[in-house]
Design a protein around this ligand. Structure first.
Ligand code: HEC
Length: 112
């Protein structure tokens, strides 16, 4: 009886190990997909105001799609530093690192 219990325990441990291994593989796969997925994820935070993929639906809101990369980056950095004033953008840009601003500039400048 004792022996059977030990076997069950070993089997349970083994299956936990297999599950952990499978989960690790999934995480590794997800991490691999991240470099491409990240800019789209960041850019979706801008869609509410600037439109899908930065194509604004109104005259009031600036279109980001297809703007020059350096211009976009300079605007975002200026909002972040407080050099450029605005209603919402100065606060919003506080939440992004410079690397993320570059990814956003890459993304929106690549939109047609
Ligand atoms: C809540 C609405 C809102 C969201 C969300 C938003 N913006 Fe803005 N954005 C504005 C407004 C309004 C302006 C005009 C400046 C101001 O009033 O702050 C602006 C201006 C800009 C400008 C200057 C454009 C130009 O042609 O001068 C850039 C660049 C910009 N936003 C980038 C972004 C990016 C990138 C995101 C997403 C990370 C984003 N915005 C999210 C409202 C928003």
């Amino acid at each position: 009886m004792q022996r059977v219990d030990t076997k069950v325990t070993l089997m349970t441990r083994f299956s936990i190990k297999v599950s952990v291994l499978a989960a690790t593989c999934l995480i590794a796969l997800a991490a691999q997909a991240a470099p491409d997925a990240k800019p789209v994820y960041f850019a979706s935070n801008c869609a509410n105001c600037h439109g899908t993929d930065g194509r604004s639906a109104t005259e009031i809101m600036p279109t980001l799609a297809g703007q020059d990369r350096q211009t976009l980056l300079a605007s975002m950095r200026a909002y972040k530093s407080g050099e450029r004033s605005g209603t919402i953008m100065p606060q919003l840009m506080q939440g992004y690192t410079d690397d993320e601003l570059q990814q956003l500039a890459d993304y929106f400048s690549a939109q047609k």
